[in-house]
Design a protein around this ligand. Structure first.
Ligand SMILES: [Cu+2]
Length: 182
């Protein structure tokens, strides 16, 4: 009996340890970024199926104006840099019809295949469960007014890492950008 109890304790401890130390923050909505030195990129997802920013800042490139915002094209990071994404969805539509996430994919990921497979993964926040190995970091799927903050370490291998919104149709609609690791 004593051994049985010890084993139980050991298993509990292991489970506790295994759950700690994840790279992404918890995914509950409406978070604000912690106050520290980590570079934070504030991104808004809009109904036009684009990632936009309020202003052009160092470390990002922007494209055309979308409403009062600028389309986000790319984010530049140094290898291994800690970086934070604060994504907010701006929409009056119900989350079932309009929601956004930010999913950063590995260099080897087949982005088209990932987007296609994720369309049917509603129960997993539109992240294809069998392709999660390709996801470096992702936010929660956010309906209008919701936000999520994630902090992750940029890959050490230089290259252009694609990030997409995996809500059905949004990647095809242009909700995509690149993280350029230098
Ligand atoms: Cu989206």
């Amino acid at each position: 009996m004593k051994n049985f109890l010890s084993l139980g304790l050991l298993v509990s401890l292991f489970a506790f340890t295994a759950c700690g130390g994840g790279e992404t923050a918890d995914t509950s909505a409406n978070e604000s970024a912690p106050a520290d030195e980590v570079r934070t990129i504030n991104i808004i997802g809009v109904d036009q199926m684009k990632y936009v920013v309020a202003e052009a800042i160092d470390g990002i490139t922007t494209g055309e104006a979308i409403g009062e915002y600028l389309k986000l094209e790319s984010i530049t990071a140094s290898a291994g840099e800690e970086i934070r994404i604060n994504l907010m969805t701006e929409s009056a539509m119900p989350a079932m019809a309009m929601a956004h996430n930010f999913a950063l994919l590995a260099l080897e990921a087949d982005v088209d295949a990932f987007a296609r497979a994720s369309i049917t993964a509603r129960d997993n926040e539109y992240i294809a469960p069998d392709m999660e190995d390709w996801v470096i970091a992702n936010t929660a799927m956010l309906g209008g007014g919701e936000s999520d903050v994630i902090t992750f370490t940029a890959p050490t291998e230089p290259g252009e890492y694609t990030f997409i919104c995996s809500f059905p149709g949004h990647y095809a609609g242009g909700m995509v950008g690149v993280l350029i690791v230098e």
